[in-house]
Write a new protein. Structure first.
Lengths: 128, 295
């Protein structure tokens, strides 16, 4: 599992850790029921506070990506790959909305976007 | 019952502590340290960090307030508490004419939790001579010796006053690992003051910021990071809204400022970053000075 954190990001450290772990689930590096490093070990490895890693695991658990067995550790939840995909999808849609607003203010017309869209998705209506 | 449990979970409870000196006063400060956690204690020189630690140790008398260590009053139960508290500070708390080996022998007799194996581990890690007189130690070596002694005592509450001062970068990073290991069993806690805030960014669970003898913040680190935002932009973005900032540093055209995250919407178009402890410390102090100047 690779975790990239930056001290220079606009995201809090625990969120960077959380996002990295979701990414690892998404790309298959972390499998269902696989154990995550202990809060203490991860803090040591990343050279961050334990409260930071605790918070990251807490948020992951809250979002349903992992579960904790007291005394044993934190594990990847079975359904978390679906969840990770869903969350990635939401992220991409959010990014798209952002891009659309930028395009709108840059004067790009709706039909121009539709043209581009059709190049990728084809012309037919897709309702699914 | 619930209240009793809570008490048990606290390593240190400082309530309304005050102490007046000539030209300085500690005014009704309160903060708590949970068992198993590291609290970073930050503030300018002379803000009251060392005074607070010495009051916890009952090195001199407090004027008012209360200090409880594991639920026990620190004066009434001084003898019992002294076994539980370890202390290492920038100023020497070693017998300088003696050797580190002699200190270890004495510590082993005085402190019932003394861990010889752990002591040897630090002696080896930092290459500390046992038979050399401490007068011949460099400043950094003395600090390492003090830390080795303090950790090997296995105190339940460890007070470290500027332990990073004089340490080389390697030892400083090693100290962070040692601190994390020290609290890992959930029973031991640390109060550590340091001007090297980037170390505390990496190791502290809680932060207490003290300014001019008053507690300005005492929060978990992640909550602090969320509470504030660091913003930068052009001076025009500030017009008429400067009083909304916690603190600001202005250039000719641009500014950097610390602002409560809930007030971010007042400043559209500025660049937003998560602040580190140095940002929180410095902007809080600058803001306070500025307000005092205007008052």
């Amino acid at each position: 599992m690779k975790i990239n954190i930056s001290y220079d990001s606009d995201k809090p450290m625990y969120e960077q850790i959380k996002d990295s772990i979701i990414k690892s689930i998404l790309n298959g590096e972390l499998k269902s029921n696989e154990a995550l490093p202990s809060v203490r070990q991860l803090a040591k490895d990343l050279n961050v506070s334990m409260i930071t890693t605790k918070r990251a695991y807490f948020e992951l658990e809250l979002a349903g990506f992992v579960y904790t067995v007291s005394g044993k550790g934190t594990f990847v939840r079975l359904e978390s790959l679906d969840k990770a995909r869903e969350s990635k999808k939401m992220q991409m849609l959010d990014a798209l909305s952002q891009t659309f607003s930028e395009m709108k203010s840059a004067g790009i017309k709706k039909y121009e976007i539709e043209q581009k869209l059709n190049e990728t998705y084809g012309g037919e209506e897709q309702n699914v | 019952m619930g209240e009793k449990n809570k008490m048990y979970n606290m390593a240190l409870e400082v309530s309304n502590l005050s102490k007046k000196f000539d030209g300085f006063s500690l005014s009704n400060i309160s903060f708590k340290i949970e068992k198993g956690s590291i609290m970073g204690f930050i503030g300018e020189n002379g803000a009251g960090k060392t005074t607070t630690m010495k009051l916890i140790l009952n090195a001199f008398e407090r004027d008012g307030g209360e200090i409880k260590v594991f639920g026990l009053d620190n004066i009434q139960n001084e003898r019992e508490i002294k076994q539980k508290i370890g202390y290492a500070a920038d100023e020497d708390c070693l017998c300088i004419g003696s050797t580190l080996g002699a200190h270890a022998k004495a510590y082993a007799k005085i402190f019932k939790n003394w861990d010889e194996k752990l002591f040897k581990k630090y002696v080896e890690l930092w290459n500390l001579p046992l038979k050399k007189k401490l007068t011949d130690f460099s400043k950094g070596m003395k600090m390492k010796a003090m830390l080795a002694l303090a950790f090997a005592r296995r105190p339940e509450l460890l007070l470290l006053d500027e332990p990073a001062a004089g340490l080389d970068p390697v030892a400083r990073i090693e100290l962070l690992d040692i601190l994390r290991d020290f609290v890992a069993d959930g029973e031991r806690s640390v109060l550590i003051s340091s001007h090297i805030t980037s170390d505390l960014d990496k190791a502290a669970d809680y932060i207490t910021l003290i300014i001019d003898g008053e507690i300005a913040e005492s929060e978990p680190l992640d909550i602090l990071e969320e509470k504030y935002a660091l913003i930068s932009g052009s001076i025009d973005d500030l017009r008429g809204k400067e009083y909304e900032l916690v603190g600001v540093r202005k250039g000719e055209m641009t500014f950097d400022a610390l602002v409560l995250r809930e007030k971010l919407k007042l400043f559209p178009g500025v660049a937003v970053h998560t602040p580190n402890l140095e940002n929180i410390l410095t902007f809080s102090i600058w803001g306070r000075r500025e307000r005092r100047r205007k008052a």
